[in-house]
Design a protein around this ligand. Structure first.
Ligand code: FES
Length: 103
């Protein structure tokens, strides 16, 4: 059975912003992309830069270091620098408005 961990209240995350936290020892990034929430690894697959604070447009986040764009839904990168996808994690919003992630 999938076990979800409480992260933080959904209202704390503004549109097109992201916030990282450790869940079960993993560095997870939760993103609000225009009102849709996603959870991915907070680590670029190109050169180990954290993705937190990267620009979010539609359902893509850009790495702050060299700009690779990752699809937040699938984890897939665009461009030539890396073809390794990010891990993505199931996320839900509880009845009380808490973001919950399964890692
Ligand atoms: S480290 Fe992310 S694009 Fe280079």
């Amino acid at each position: 059975m999938t076990r979800y961990h409480d992260a933080f209240p959904a209202h704390e995350l503004e549109h097109n912003s992201s916030k990282a936290l450790l869940i079960d020892g993993k560095n997870i990034l939760i993103c609000n992309a225009g009102g849709e929430y996603y959870a991915v690894d907070n680590m670029c697959t190109h050169q180990r830069a954290e993705l937190e604070g990267g620009r979010i447009r539609n359902c893509f986040i850009s790495c702050p270091l060299h700009g690779v764009r990752f699809n937040l839904e699938t984890g897939k990168p665009m461009g030539q620098l890396t073809n390794v996808p990010l891990n993505t994690y199931p996320l839900q919003v509880s009845d009380a408005g808490m973001l919950q992630v399964a890692v």
